[in-house]
Design a protein around this ligand. Structure first.
Ligand SMILES: [Mg+2]
Length: 232
């Protein structure tokens, strides 16, 4: 066994985002959800695809998720939206035995914290053969549909899982902006990146854009399983 490069011996709570974190962003999976979000917004507001896409991106920036913007601005009911956008083909996702082994070996409690629904977390993590390893899973319905990166989402998370001491917690995320609050709360932060870009955005607008200058990211990896293996 190699000596860990960094010291995580104080960590007893391991918090993972779901999409593009517990599976690599370069598989053709999350793009299905993005497409379905665009379709739903276009249909709901009777917009042409291009106008819907524009609006959707605006809400993503301003409200944290498209859902949050649609609720705030248009009073949309979240449940049918979530059912629709999470109804995707899981066959693209392949279980990673090394990731399972390395999460299983982590000392302490493990959690999933997603901006998707809890059912989505169950489906996806279940399909990845990881779900049974987690002590808790937390979805956007738990916060009254207030998503990361809003501070309220993390406050509710910590009020549900009261065993978590933020100073002994580590947060894994592919979306850079979702790590700012965890860092402010005292957590260790890990940005999970991919060479592939699911957002199809210009480089400056991608989920991990600006990571090099972000002082709230402690570590960056493009291979979560290997990183856990090397450092825990
Ligand atoms: Mg994600």
């Amino acid at each position: 066994m190699s000596t860990p490069k960094i010291n995580l011996s104080h960590i007893d709570s391991w918090i993972f985002d779901l999409d593009n974190t517990l599976y690599p962003a370069d598989v053709e999976f999350f793009s299905q959800i993005v497409t379905k979000i665009e379709q739903y917004v276009a249909r709901y507001l009777s917009l042409e695809p291009e106008a819907a896409l524009h609006l959707q991106k605006e809400y993503l920036t301003e409200y944290g998720t498209t859902l949050s913007g649609m609720m705030a601005v248009h009073g949309m009911d979240p449940a049918p939206f979530l059912d629709y956008v999470h109804d995707v083909d899981l066959a693209f996702l392949k279980p990673n035995p090394l990731l399972r082994e390395n999460i299983k070996s982590l000392p302490g409690q493990k959690y999933i914290f997603t901006n998707g629904s809890k059912g989505h977390a169950r489906n996806v993590a279940g399909h990845l053969k990881l779900f049974d390893l987690f002590d808790g899973h937390f979805g956007v319905e738990d916060t009254g549909y207030i998503p990361k990166p809003k501070a309220h989402a993390y406050d509710v998370f910590l009020s549900v899982f009261t065993d978590i001491d933020p100073k002994k917690a580590i947060f894994f995320e592919d979306n850079l902006r979702n790590l700012k609050v965890p860092k402010d709360l005292g957590m260790t932060t890990v940005l999970v990146v991919s060479d592939e870009d699911w957002s199809h955005e210009p480089e400056a607008a991608r989920p991990a854009a600006g990571a090099g200058e972000a002082d709230f990211v402690d570590y960056v990896t493009n291979d979560l399983a290997a990183w856990l293996g090397e450092n825990t």
